[in-house]
Design a protein around this ligand. Structure first.
Ligand code: GLA
Length: 390
């Protein structure tokens, strides 16, 4: 067995070897953070993600039968899959793989039956996109194994469609995009309208990015996400009727236009549109500030994003708010906000290197007292996008 990169990857490959007695194709695809640009991807705005050093690891090889055995080490579970009848199953973890196969088949290409073992260290429910990491790893591996000839972009789009149609979450492209395109030490400014992107170095000097994990994921997260998306679509429809069909998304609508229509829009739709149009502008200027090295200005934008997500977009929750509020008077924290879809998961923070441990201890105690919850901290290290390990 060839040696691969991390102990977890080695373990995945070893279990595969023991179970199926062949060397597998071993693939890694990472989770992501997003510095700014939240709930903008499906509104054709900008996002600023980076891949992290935590990933989904997938080992697979063709099976000689129309059946395949799949083993999830994280769930300590396995299933047998009939490749002649790909359909959703009750084991939700397996649906992430089935959805990818379904999309490949719908694109007119075929997937050879395969056996597979996988595991990951992207914390589940943390808002770091463990599911997109798994989906990206699977499509990356299948592309390789079946010579599908897909570009990274096509793989990201296919994985997004799988999440939208098979899993039923109407997510945008950001998570899969970041998992497939990430580079160590780089953030990516992605324009979700024309899908152009630009890498730039993440230079934080004496500061670093840390995540504080609330340890909760409220059950309404997925349904509320889909509702937000619908409310944005309602907004687009309204602006099209008033200003013309050339307005394709909230990207084509300005903050001033939204404000001018306040009395004509239902309050919720108004708030959602205001947040999104502001966030698209904010993300662009925040990117400029980051490139100029003005971390203080960038940090203030993060707080402003949180305010918008909390009061206008209404996707925050008490746990996230308490962690962001707790940083407000800390001079060593430049910015903090909830990250990802919302209703739990992590906050993302820019913190002075020397203050990280003390801050964590302070927040940990306060969070335990206030929310009766255990707080976890992740010090973010950027990493490479999807890749073959062996
Ligand atoms: C989730 C979705 C992404 C994006 C974020 C919010 O992570 O999967 O597509 O919409 O929420 O920015």
């Amino acid at each position: 067995m060839r040696q691969s990169h991390t102990p977890l990857a080695n373990w995945v490959a070893q279990v595969f070897q023991q179970e199926f007695s062949v060397d597998p194709l071993l693939v890694a695809s990472p989770g992501r953070v997003n510095l700014i640009g939240e709930h903008t991807d499906y509104n054709h705005g900008f996002v600023l993600p980076a891949a992290v050093d935590k990933a989904a690891y997938v080992a697979l090889a063709p099976s000689n039968l129309p059946l395949g055995k799949w083993i999830s080490l994280d769930m300590e579970a396995s299933i047998e899959v009939n490749f002649e009848a790909i359909a959703p199953v009750s084991e939700s973890w397996a649906n992430y793989l089935l959805g990818i196969i379904d999309q490949v088949q719908k694109s007119g290409k075929s997937v050879k039956p395969f056996n597979c073992v996988f595991a990951g260290d992207v914390p589940i429910g943390s808002g770091m996109s463990s599911s997109a990491a798994l989906e990206s790893a699977v499509i990356f591996a299948l592309n390789q194994m079946n010579d599908l000839g897909l570009s990274r972009w096509e793989m990201a789009q296919l994985a997004q469609r799988s999440e939208n149609e098979f899993i039923g979450v109407k997510c945008g492209i950001m998570d899969m995009f970041a998992s497939l395109h990430g580079k160590a030490n780089q953030v990516i400014r992605l324009d979700c309208r024309d899908l152009s992107f630009e890498y730039f170095p993440l230079e934080l000097g004496d500061y670093r990015i840390v995540l504080f994990d609330t340890g909760v994921k409220h059950s309404l997260a997925d349904s509320a996400y889909n509702t937000r998306r619908q409310q944005c679509e309602t907004g687009v429809h309204f602006f099209q009727q008033h200003f013309g069909p050339h307005l394709q998304s909230l990207r084509d609508v300005s903050v001033t236009m939204v404000q001018a229509c306040r009395s004509l829009l239902p309050a919720e739709v108004y708030n959602r549109c205001l947040y999104v149009t502001e966030e698209i502008q904010r993300t662009l200027s925040a990117c400029d500030e980051l490139q100029k090295g003005d971390l203080a200005a960038f940090g203030l934008k993060m707080y402003a994003t949180h305010e918008g997500l909390r009061h206008l977009y209404e996707v925050s929750c008490a746990e996230l708010d308490s962690l962001v509020d707790a940083t407000q008077n800390e001079s060593q924290v430049l910015g903090a906000r909830m990250m990802g879809g919302g209703f739990g998961g992590c906050t993302i923070n820019i913190v002075h290197n020397d203050a990280v441990e003390d801050l964590f201890e302070k927040l940990r105690l306060a969070y335990l007292k206030e929310m009766n919850q255990h707080l976890t901290m992740y010090k973010v290290v950027t990493g490479e996008g999807a890749r073959v390990l062996a």
